[in-house]
Ligand binder design. Structure first.
Ligand SMILES: [Zn+2]
Length: 134
């Protein structure tokens, strides 16, 4: 496999999940710094003003903004709620909406980006509601 190709669990390559998940963030940090840390450890370094962690999160924010701009361009949602462990990074809710305009077709984007109200496993909680309770 050539460099910069990420194999996805779904069998394809370079799915957005392979860039935006916690393990993907960890892999990006490893590729940039040759240091193997979890996403959580990288965020701890970020909070301690580590330069390499700062560079990694800036790259991540651009990737996330570009991915969400694709969603905004297609369905123009009122709100996007992040999920998963990466949704615990508070700065994303300020930085990403300031970046996504670059890839949005519309001159004005009103979409809000919000953290999950019930924590980073809200997607699983929501899925549980899909089954009726008798
Ligand atoms: Zn995939």
């Amino acid at each position: 496999m050539p460099p910069n190709v990420r194999k996805c669990y779904c069998g394809r390559h370079n799915c957005i999940e392979t860039f935006l998940s916690g393990p993907a963030f960890s892999l990006s940090f490893f590729e940039q710094n040759n240091i193997d840390l979890t996403a959580h450890q990288i965020v701890e370094r970020l909070n301690a003003n580590d330069k390499s962690a700062h560079a990694a999160i800036e790259t991540y924010e651009k990737q996330l903004a570009r991915a969400l701009a694709g969603v905004i361009n297609i369905i123009d949602p009122d709100i996007i709620v992040l999920g998963g462990g990466m949704s615990n990074i508070a700065r994303l809710y300020e930085t990403v909406p300031n970046l996504w305009q670059e890839w949005c077709f519309s001159d004005r984007v009103d979409t809000l980006l919000k953290p999950p109200q019930h924590g980073d496993s809200s997607g699983v909680r929501g899925a549980a509601w899909l089954w009726p309770i008798d």
